[in-house]
Design a protein around this ligand. Structure first.
Ligand SMILES: [Mn+2]
Length: 326
């Protein structure tokens, strides 16, 4: 059957198609603390596989943030804790995850016979799958699911279009970050044509804070301080602050609203003396390299890592590394 030329160069696309066609039951998963892109990509790919007569379950290492509850298929998401001891998966698809160790207890699904398809767009993505549909050219894993679905001749329903649209919107900050490509915009247009309600999705994704989350944002912004000639912003949330997920408040993005700031950093303590660190940069600094210096990773403009110690120590360690790139 003649097929339209793909919008993106994916050398492993034929192998990914063969992988999908050869399987019957698929387990889909994403990294621990799965974000909006990971959830959306899993749900959309699940729907695409089911349309081919396959069975597909989304099983995540932990519960995703409830703010994505409006996505079709949300109620069927399973977490490994809700499961009896895992039967081994013959076909496992790992989405939005650069290294296999980040799937946490989902590893229990894997044995020597398990065939793995990795689908990811992180720059530091490792080819841990038998098939690796990975490229940093894609804005998001959700965008990759669109390309895979198109190659499978999937007819995008409004529900699936909205899942993918939300994943793209999440990872591109609403088509604003540098990883947005002309292809991403074309995919967005196709999804709107397929019935994605762009105003509804944007509203649910971006205007969706709980009151405690919004108040936490206020407290977090109170702690904002500038360093390195006002080029670095630090925000600190303590262990006592409610655990509503950093994701939920996007605190780190607010640092970049200060006009002089190039790098914005958020420290969330959880548990005491252990910090989850989010890094964002405006234009020049590759924060992925900064995160990598501490064993973390991510993207050029958005990355994360973890550090232990007292808050001043942690801040100074980060500042010393950031200064190298300013
Ligand atoms: Mn992603």
């Amino acid at each position: 059957m003649p097929r339209k030329k793909p919008l993106i160069d994916l050398p492993e696309l034929p192998a990914a198609l063969a992988f999908v066609r050869s399987g019957k039951h698929f387990v889909l998963t994403a990294h621990v603390n799965c974000d909006g892109d990971g959830v959306a990509a899993c749900l959309a790919l699940q729907a695409i596989l089911r349309s081919l007569g396959k069975s597909a379950s989304v099983v995540l290492p932990d519960s995703p943030n409830a703010q994505y509850h409006f996505l079709d298929g949300w109620a069927q998401i399973e977490t490994i804790d809700s499961q009896p001891p895992a039967p081994k998966a013959k076909h496992l698809i790992v989405l939005d995850c650069p290294v296999l160790t980040r799937i946490g207890r989902i590893e229990e699904y894997i044995d020597n016979d398990t065939k793995i398809l990795a689908l990811d767009h992180h720059q530091d993505s490792l080819p841990f799958g038998h098939v690796n549909l990975t490229t940093p050219q894609a804005s998001s894993s959700s965008e990759l699911v669109y390309h895979l679905g198109s190659a499978l001749n999937f007819k995008f329903t409004p529900a699936v279009a909205e899942q993918i649209y939300m994943g793209i919107l999440y990872d591109t900050g609403g088509f604003r970050y540098a990883l947005t490509t002309p292809t991403t915009l074309e995919v967005g247009a196709q999804l709107v044509r397929a019935g994605a309600r762009l105003d509804m999705v944007a509203d649910r994704l971006f205007n969706n804070k709980s009151l405690p989350a919004l108040k936490l944002l206020g407290r977090a912004l109170e702690s904002l301080q500038l360093y390195c000639g006002e080029r670095v912003a630090f925000v600190h949330l303590g262990n006592a602050d409610p655990d509503i997920g950093m994701d939920n408040v996007d605190v780190v993005n607010y640092g970049l609203m200060v006009q002089t700031v190039e790098v914005s950093v958020t420290l969330k303590e959880e548990p005491p003396r252990k910090y989850r660190i989010s890094l964002r940069s405006r234009q020049r600094v590759d924060v992925r390299q900064i995160a990598a210096a501490f064993g973390g990773g991510g993207h050029t403009r958005a990355s994360g890592c973890r550090l232990e110690g007292d808050v001043n120590q942690v801040r100074n360690q980060l500042l010393a590394e950031i200064e190298k790139y300013l």
